[in-house]
Design a protein around this ligand. Sequence first.
Ligand SMILES: NC(=O)c1ccc[n+]([C@@H]2O[C@H](COP(=O)([O-])OP(=O)(O)OC[C@H]3O[C@@H](n4cnc5c(N)ncnc54)[C@H](OP(=O)(O)O)[C@@H]3O)[C@@H](O)[C@H]2O)c1
Length: 275
Amino acid sequence: MDALLSRLFSTEEEELYILDCMAYLMVFMAACTFIALLFENVPYGRYSTSKYGLQINVRFAWFVQELPALLLPLCLLLRASSSKTSLLPNQLLIAMYLCHYVQRLVTTIIGKAVSCIYPFLIRGGKPTPLASFALAFVFCSYNGFMQIRYLSHYAEYPTNWVTHPCFLVGSVLWFVGWIMNVQSDHILRNLRKPGETGYKIPKGGMFEYVSGANFLGEITEWAGFALAGHSVHSAAFAIFTTVVLASRAVAHHKWYLAKFEDYPKSRKALIPFLF
Ligand SMILES: NC(=O)c1ccc[n+]([C@@H]2O[C@H](COP(=O)([O-])OP(=O)(O)OC[C@H]3O[C@@H](n4cnc5c(N)ncnc54)[C@H](OP(=O)(O)O)[C@@H]3O)[C@@H](O)[C@H]2O)c1
């Protein structure tokens, strides 16, 4: 891995410069995505359409598109020189990132201790257009490299950063968001009985307050990670996630209101009581 990295970047300064550029490019892409999403929903799930060409099985798509978000970081941590992984703030931030993607790909259900693979828990999901799958695959690879290479080899934090209010508040936000995301996705997955493909009104957890409870969880999670990580790289990830998922929450909310006459009127799209 080091040999490959040294072929790509002639010096560490150059690699760090490229990592910074990648983060600014992600912010720019978030702005472009924001504009695009004013006109069209990301075409997967309930907005899946054949107009973007070939459609692929949803379980296969989720599994493969998210795999580089875990495999690439693991390769970087295990096979590349990573001079900052002995430092506590870096270790904790890397653990937050990995925790999310390990949970998404390999969920250990507490209690009966059954190991399951997240995508294979999806019930009746709609096929994913190839374009949407390819974009998600590229995003997960790009972001996985950017976050973990920066944290494992370049990020430097002040002494006692882990007791700094930004780190403490960010970590709590990350944890609360992660729990909310996991719980909300669990509620959604269990709305359908095996073989069903239709939609029902989600109930329980944060769905009592917002239509996009799983999205609110993920946005909170990466906003907390950005606060704790205090870097342009973690901020870019949080901004991109917020743009994509806030738009999806608003679209889902409008869709529910149009589809279900008895949809709870007090429920908001993304922010409880406000929006
Ligand atoms: N970080 C990022 O940029 C990013 C981007 C995208 C997604 N994500 C995360 O990935 C996860 C899934 O995202 P998503 O966009 O697929 O979420 P979603 O649209 O809420 O769908 C999640 C799953 O639940 C099913 N479902 C949703 N609402 C339902 C209802 N009312 N009744 C029955 N089934 C329902 C969907 O089936 P159908 O497929 O049939 O609709 C799908 O299998 C979330 O945790 C999200 O935060 C992250």
